[in-house]
Design a binder for this molecule. Structure first.
Ligand SMILES: O=P(O)(O)OP(=O)(O)OP(=O)(O)OC[C@H]1O[C@@H](n2cnc3c(O)ncnc32)[C@H](O)[C@@H]1O
Ligand SMILES: [Mg+2]
Length: 214
């Protein structure tokens, strides 16, 4: 497979652009990717779209490639998106009202406690964290999407409150919330690291060969 990748190696002279305005996400992506994929970050004011995770992520990558960096061809660009999707009741409409693309707004308005209060009536507090990265080679190329998922449940907040819903998400098989875990531990099992593992494999298979100075 290495030989196959080498025979179609693509020389990339620019680092990948990771589109985010969230410093905590950036910190995690830096530590998960290490030196494996050279990237720079860019904050773009993109709309928080609604719909299915994969579609939202792809559309944001398209918008980023077209609006964010006009005139640059062969641009490499990521976009990440994050969801907690509650799976109790199997009631998808309810689920979508409570979570997914609305999580940011929801957290701002009602906080961790409000989120838990809403779920009080339901015994099953199952949830999963989902991360979507869409990678666009340029404005005219269909983005490719990678989804990473970590199952768990929603619990009353525990641990430092410095990153979104980390204090109320406890992954399956752990007695700590994401917020209570050491960062390296979260990064081993998180939705984000699972999606980035797929990104890394994709890059290796595509034979991207970076020749950037940073
Ligand atoms: O869209 P960008 O600019 O990347 O930054 P954002 O803060 O809007 O990030 P998302 O749309 O991905 O995330 C929606 C919400 O989920 C939160 N969030 C994202 N990843 C998280 C994680 O791993 N743990 C806890 N909260 C997270 C984040 O703080 C937001 O409140
Ligand atoms: Mg966002």
């Amino acid at each position: 497979m290495a030989a196959a990748a080498a025979s179609r190696a693509v020389l990339v002279s620019r680092p990948v652009t990771f589109v985010t305005g969230n410093a905590k996400k950036l910190e995690e992506v830096k530590s998960i990717l290490g030196q494996s994929i050279p990237f720079q970050s860019l904050k773009l004011d993109l709309p928080e779209l609604q719909g299915e995770p994969e579609e939202i992520s792809k559309e944001k990558a398209r918008l980023a490639a077209v609006q964010g960096l006009p005139g640059i061809h062969h641009l490499l660009c990521f976009f990440s998106f994050l969801f907690i999707v509650l799976v109790f009741l199997n009631d998808f409409i309810f689920v979508k009202l409570l979570a997914g693309p609305y999580i940011k707004w929801f957290l701002q308005k009602i906080g961790h406690e409000g989120f838990n209060n809403l779920l009080m009536a339901y015994e099953d507090k199952s949830a999963y964290a989902l991360c979507a990265f869409s990678f666009a080679l340029g404005p005219d190329v269909e983005p490719v999407t990678f989804l990473g998922k970590t199952p768990g449940k929603i619990v009353p907040a525990r641990g430092p409150n410095d990153f979104g819903w980390d204090p109320i998400f406890q992954p399956d098989g752990y007695d700590q919330t994401y917020a209570e875990m050491p960062k390296e531990e979260k990064n081993k099992i998180s939705h984000r690291s699972r999606a980035l593992d797929m990104v890394k494999s994709h890059f290796a298979e595509a034979g991207y060969n970076f020749s950037t100075s940073n």
